[in-house]
Ligand binder design. Structure first.
Ligand code: ADP
Length: 637
């Protein structure tokens, strides 16, 4: 064919095409003759900025970065040896910038050399960027212990940069690829399941997750504490997501946090213990003050006594708050619901606070829904809540007064008591309303100075209400007053039969034994019982108590629990083992440890009931009445 015979000689068309290509290609063409540039295409000027006049006649080395001398010399050598060569080097632009070029040189006819230059600046920039990123990763890891990893669901491999197993070891770098089993085996066995579940959620949905876990540390065989955050990067054809994650070594932070929590726990425990220790002598002081009230005193003396009682009660309340709060925090608070007349309970709280209200010139009224009836609820805890809330209402009201409303709410088959306490007091500023129920929160610093208080009352009340299956809330307008409401589960029950006032005469002519090691408590119990008409004997410990009980028959025995030589539980067991009628004597525990599990253990030991410390005449009478009624019932049966 005609075309084939003329193949070696360029046609007009070939020459035309080559010229067009030379003029229009984005690559640079340079023709060198006798060591200097003799021709360039327009791409040269476009890319480098050098015009034809500035270029032609100069050696090409004049346009190459001096740092790449070595590369140029290599190219020339290759050219001499093989007639061609290729290399990458920088080209100097007219504006002072440099460009990265990939050049191919070829020996032409005679002394001609053809150079083709391709702009690869972008490739170099990308490579530099990724090198920078790798350096940044290293820096991140070293400075902050941060690791970056990818998971590919198609291969099931993790690519980790740098090596996670060296977490915490300084100066380690380099990435590592491991499979899912290997990854899992390096996670602490107790954390594997949690981490795995979170990871599978992301694999399935692409949703982000954050987990903290322990990871094996090859360096010392210990566990690094890690915090990993990851998210889906791209959904693959299989439906699973590729995952990108960032893991941070938080061992130091976590250890510091643990230490801080331990310290806080230790402090709280110390506070609770101290409060408990202080409460015992404090109860003694209060008991003696109560006894002093029935002594002959001057008008001045009586006033001082009132002051002392007031301060003592405040201190006792603070201590109780601290102890209660720590018990609630530790989940050790227990509830003992019993039939209660809630109206009487609310009235008794109001009666206690009325003198304070009167002293401030305030009214304090209670309003009870007719036919409210009795309820099964823990009276101690309900009283505590009411005392806090009504007490606050009185405390934070300067003029006007306080109204407390008691009603029953039936909803979804659950019966609740609802108490609303409205005051015309200082109110609570909107800013302070959100975290009012936080412990130690007081609406403002000056309030504390003005009104006193621990800032624990509301926090305790809320927890108590919650533990009683209820809620507490409030609304308040600053400067106008507040309404706090409380709802607790309190099923309707039959009224309890024993009436405390009927029991008052019961101690006339009765012989009572008080077994108690603390002289102050002994004195208080003796005096209170004597004031109720009993004749009282005492014993200083359990052993003496058993001896006294076996010597002569008593109608009733009061038994402290913690005593030296022999405790109250052992003494009770021994008395129960004595012959009749001594073994049938009702025994009441006197103790500050009146939580229900403890109460149970006293009953199991053979006691008939509990009188909580600090002793008060009314609880004494109530307990004695209940015990006598029970013994009478048992005798009848
Ligand atoms: P405190 O021992 O300080 O009374 P509480 O937890 O009982 O602690 O109350 C926390 C804070 O809530 C109080 O210091 C007070 O600022 C605010 N507060 C509570 N009840 C009322 C009320 N009835 N009127 C105005 N402010 C109140």
């Amino acid at each position: 064919m005609a075309g084939t015979t003329r193949a070696n000689a360029p046609s007009e068309l070939d020459i035309e095409a080559a010229r067009w290509f030379f003029q229009n290609t984005v690559d640079i063409f340079v023709l060198i003759r006798g060591g200097t540039i003799s021709r360039i295409n327009p791409a040269w000027t476009e890319l480098s900025g050098w015009s034809v006049a500035e270029t032609v006649g100069r050696p090409i080395e004049a346009f190459i970065h001096p740092g790449d001398d070595q590369i140029v010399r290599g190219l020339i050598a290759d050219l001499a040896a093989h007639g061609q060569g290729r290399a990458e080097h920088r080209l100097l632009r007219k504006d002072g910038d440099v460009m990265w070029m990939r050049s191919r040189v070829k020996q032409g006819a005679g002394d001609a050399t053809i150079v083709v230059l391709e702009d690869v600046t972008d490739d170099h920039r990308r490579a530099a960027d990724s090198a920078n990123a790798a350096r940044t990763n290293d820096l991140l890891r070293e400075a902050a212990g941060v690791y970056i990893w990818r998971f590919d669901p198609d291969t099931g491999l993790y690519d980790i940069d740098p090596d996670l197993s060296k977490a915490g070891a300084p100066g380690t770098s380099g990435s590592r690829t491991i499979d899912a089993d290997q990854m899992n085996s390096e996670i602490h066995p107790d954390d594997q399941r949690r981490v795995g579940e979170a990871f599978y959620r992301t694999l399935a949905t692409g949703e982000p997750e954050v987990v903290e876990y322990r990871h094996f540390r090859a360096d010392d065989g210990g566990w690094a504490r890690l915090r990993a955050a990851w998210r889906g990067l791209q959904k693959r054809q299989s439906g699973a997501w590729a995952v990108l994650g960032l893991t941070q070594d938080i061992s130091e932070v976590a250890e510091a946090r643990d230490a801080a929590l331990d310290a806080a726990e230790a402090k709280a425990q110390f506070l609770a213990n101290m409060s408990h220790e202080i409460r015992t002598p404090m109860n003694g002081v209060l008991g003696v003050l109560h006894l002093l009230k029935s002594e002959k005193l001057s008008a001045d003396g009586r006033q001082l006594l009132e002051e002392a009682v007031g301060c003592g009660q405040m201190l006792a309340e603070l201590l109780n708050d601290v102890i209660d709060f720590s018990k609630i925090e530790a989940g050790r608070l227990e509830f003992a619901p019993e039939p209660v007349d809630p109206a009487a309970l609310m009235d008794s709280v109001a009666n206690l606070l009325r003198p304070q209200a009167a002293a401030q010139g305030l009214w304090l009224n209670t309003h009870v829904q007719p036919d409210l009836g009795w309820a099964s609820v823990d009276p101690v805890r309900l009283r505590q809540i009411l005392f806090n809330i009504i007490g606050n209402a009185v405390k934070f009201t300067l003029t006007g007064g306080v109204d407390a409303w008691l009603s029953r709410v039936e909803q979804d088959g659950v019966s609740r008591l609802r108490i609303e306490i409205c005051d015309t007091g200082v109110g609570i500023a909107p800013d302070h309303q959100t975290d009012l129920f936080q412990r130690f929160h007081q609406a403002d610093g000056s309030t504390t100075r003005r009104f006193g208080g621990s800032g624990l009352g509301l926090a305790i009340s809320r927890r108590l209400a919650e533990l009683m299956g209820g809620e507490i809330g409030f609304k308040s307008s600053f400067g106008e007053g507040s309404t706090f409401w409380i709802e607790v589960i309190a099923p309707r029950v039959e009224a309890a039969s024993a009436d405390a006032s009927e029991a008052e005469g019961l101690l006339e002519g009765l012989r009572v034994l008080v077994v108690e090691d603390n002289p102050t408590n002994r004195l208080i119990a003796t005096r209170m019982l004597e004031q109720l008409g009993a004749s009282v004997e005492t014993a200083d410990d359990g052993q003496q108590g058993v001896a006294a009980a076996s010597r002569s028959a008593f109608d009733l025995i009061f038994m402290d629990i913690q005593m030296p030589v022999m405790d109250g539980i052992e003494a009770t067991r021994r008395i129960r083992a004595l012959p009749t009628p001594v073994c049938d004597t009702p025994i009441l525990a006197m103790t500050a440890n009146a939580m229900s599990h403890q109460a149970d253990s006293y009953l199991i030991a053979g006691m008939n009931g509990i009188v909580p410390k600090p002793l008060s005449p009314s609880t004494l009478i109530n307990q004695i009445a209940a015990t006598v009624a029970q013994s009478a019932q048992e005798a009848a049966a």
